[in-house]
Design a protein around this ligand. Sequence first.
Ligand SMILES: *Cc1c(COP(=O)(O)O)cnc(C)c1O
Length: 266
Amino acid sequence: MSRQCEAPGRYPATVPSYTAASAVADFQRNHALVTARIEAACERAGRDPAGVRLLPVSKTVDEARMRAAVAAGMTGFGENKVQEAKRKSAALADVPGLSWSLIGHLQTNKARDAVSFASEFQALDSLRLAEALDRRLDAAGRRLDVFVQVNTSDEESKYGLPPDQLTGFLDELPRFPCLRVRGLMTLAVFSPDPDAVRRCFVRLRRLRDQVRDGAPDGVGLDELSMGMSGDYEIAVEEGATVVRVGQAIFGSRPTPDALYWPRDGV
Ligand SMILES: *Cc1c(COP(=O)(O)O)cnc(C)c1O
């Protein structure tokens, strides 16, 4: 199943079928369009747009197009796969001030690679991985911003913590002092129904509100990373502080989504 971007009703696709983009001007235009839509969603929700970070997701975007994106003013990128991200961070090492967010599932044996270049990891969902990251970070004398990924869709996703395990999980995180816990992250249900999508975002926000007061000292839960090209406006209305937007900025991807968030039967 592929993600349905043409949501009916008030929320048409941000860029219908995500037209190809490769020149600096394309990226500037798309980035400005997404930013304007974020601002409009903030206006509807009575929020300050300064409280929403747009994270451009550059997976499958090659080096030349990455450089065009940088020329268009983007300085931080989200990547799903650690090897691709590491390769790009090395290729763009001559560009000062770039930062890299890993937003996809990470295998424990890739922790060292991740720690070598990433400044943020948004898909923490196991203590084994937390421990591996913390050990590598300690050895490197570094710290890492992390988001705990929660499965809010009840889909048979392999990734993300079941909501009922969140409190117990957060209670363990002070054992890993090199991880700076910033908040929660989720992927909404894969549905063309905007109400079903919205329910996932509402669920993440409510979960966060429930667990925030009881969370251990040092475990910050201010951030909510939710919303992508097809649903970021809904996410902003429901409290997203980070939206992860790829195709609406970079154009359609050649690879299927199932490569990035495999589910049973996909
Ligand atoms: C690719 C990806 C996104 C962005 O998806 P688009 O449809 O390109 O906006 C968001 N979150 C995660 C975890 C991703 O892998």
